[in-house]
Design a protein around this ligand. Structure first.
Ligand code: SF4
Length: 452
């Protein structure tokens, strides 16, 4: 059977979607190629969040098109967010592309690949048109549910919803992923139970606006939103040790979710809390529906409920109209909140988003300077936080060999800090106490506290 290779750009949801496609292709008998060069089918699962990600995927596909000219049997296709937003335009731009499949059609990819191989029959040559499918499909959120676990894999992503209705003015996601659609709680619980029977100890729940899960489909029960109901249901699963979620919106942290951080032992002490800007004027222009002050109060409430919780964030610098004063308000908020880490993005204009038409664009060199300055602030805070952690004993879940040195093991603390240590492979999947002895930037090094 032909071998396939999937190259994934962008976020964890794309990683999860690629895993689903890979599982279905394997079920049809296709094999996973070790590299793109060995594959008969190469699929690019694309991202549209930044222009750079789109350009990279287009350049890669042009390169694959060159290979296909020499090897016409090679099947090449786009999937994911850029496929959704640009559709047939991509097939015009790259005429040799065989398939362009959007974000609500991942479950059809295996069928389409079968059809493409059937068309290689010379009798069917007249049908040689690219397959383009970017239609919406009711219930497509329920199709991302199969896993391709490697042996001894102890962490897994679980997709619980698709889409976003928030319409932040800089964001292309509502048009690439569609409206919010959530899976039923019982199906998610069954999926996690099944993962646990295969050795998974930690799940990360995924959604574009994950803590607003189920708000259109399921009622609140006893003051608990559907997302919190899901967390409490997962807490009951024997053998599951840790629960994480990403990516949330600050407005989704209602009282019941904050209470869950007090009550649920499996809910890890790490939240991602995208700030985007510390200026109320810019937050309003971004349509972020909270103020800097409200955000600060939320951080205080979360820290009161879960002392020592790690907080990470996303920030955009150089949004249209951002003045030096606006930027300084962001900088001050970052210094005050003391984030454990932050992903800083220079504003990138996205087509069909309101902010693309906003006046007062910020010059690239100003974006660069603010980006660099803010990264410096984050680094100083990270170094101070790391010093606080030195000599302390933390609990890690051992995930497997370190990516940089296979003879060492890596794991994560409940606060999502990466820890490398000398250990034995039999400790994979165990929860171990480790004493932190050293660090470089955002990686820590530890000594197991118990005798190994
Ligand atoms: S909440 Fe997140 S995914 Fe939704 S529009 Fe805003 S930035 Fe995009």
């Amino acid at each position: 059977m032909p071998a396939f290779f999937i190259k994934t750009y962008g976020c964890q949801m794309n990683e999860r979607d690629s895993e689903q496609v890979a599982t279905q292709l394997r079920q049809r008998g296709y094999t996973a190629a070790n590299s793109e060069a060995e594959a008969d089918v190469v699929l690019l699962n694309t991202c549209s969040v930044r222009d750079m990600a789109e350009q990279k995927a287009i350049a890669k596909m042009q390169n694959l098109q060159g290979r296909k000219r020499k090897n016409p049997g090679l099947v090449i296709g786009f999937m994911g967010c850029m496929a959704q937003s640009r559709g047939g335009e991509l097939a015009t731009l790259i005429p040799k592309v065989d398939m362009v499949v959007g974000t609500q059609k991942y479950h059809k990819v295996a069928d389409y690949i079968d059809q493409l191989f059937a068309r290689q029959n010379p009798d069917m040559d007249s049908l040689r048109q690219p397959i383009v499918d970017t239609a919406e499909e009711a219930g497509s959120q329920n199709t991302i549910k199969d896993h391709a676990l490697t042996t001894s894999q102890v962490t897994a992503f679980v997709s619980i919803m698709q889409g976003c209705n928030m319409h932040c003015t800089f964001c292309i996601v509502p048009s690439t992923r569609g409206a919010e659609r959530s899976r039923p709680i019982n199906e998610i619980v069954a999926e996690v139970r099944s993962l646990v029977t295969k050795g998974v100890k930690e799940v990360t729940l995924l959604g574009q606006i994950v803590n607003q899960y189920g708000r259109h489909e399921f009622p609140a029960v006893d003051g608990k939103t559907p997302f919190t109901q899901l967390l409490y249901a997962l807490e009951e699963i024997d053998g599951l040790e840790r629960i994480r979620f990403t990516s949330p919106h600050p407005i989704g942290y209602k009282k019941d979710l904050i209470q869950a951080f007090r009550e649920l032992k499996k809910l890890c002490e790490h939240i991602h809390l995208p700030l985007q800007s510390g200026s109320d004027r810019i937050l309003k222009a971004m349509h972020r529906t909270y103020t800097a002050d409200k955000y600060r109060r939320l951080v205080d409430e979360i820290r009161a409920a879960s002392p020592g919780i790690a907080i990470t964030t996303d920030i955009i610098v150089g949004f249209p109209g951002e003045t030096e004063e606006d930027y300084q308000a962001t900088r001050k908020l970052v210094e005050d909140v003391r984030f454990d880490n932050a992903f800083i993005f220079r504003y990138s204009e996205r087509r069909n988003t309101p902010a693309a038409d906003y006046p007062d664009k910020v010059a690239e060199e100003i974006k660069d300077a603010r980006n660099k300055d803010l990264l410096g602030v984050i680094d100083v805070i990270a170094e101070q936080n790391a010093t606080d952690l030195m000599g302390k004993t933390v609990e890690i879940l051992v995930e497997g060999p370190s990516k940089t040195k296979a003879s060492r093991l890596m794991g994560r603390t409940r606060t999502n800090k990466l820890v490398i240590f000398e250990g034995d492979n039999r400790h994979r999947g165990q929860i171990l106490p480790v004493k932190i002895i050293d660090n470089t930037a955002f990686t820590f090094y530890g000594d197991p506290v118990i005798h190994l």
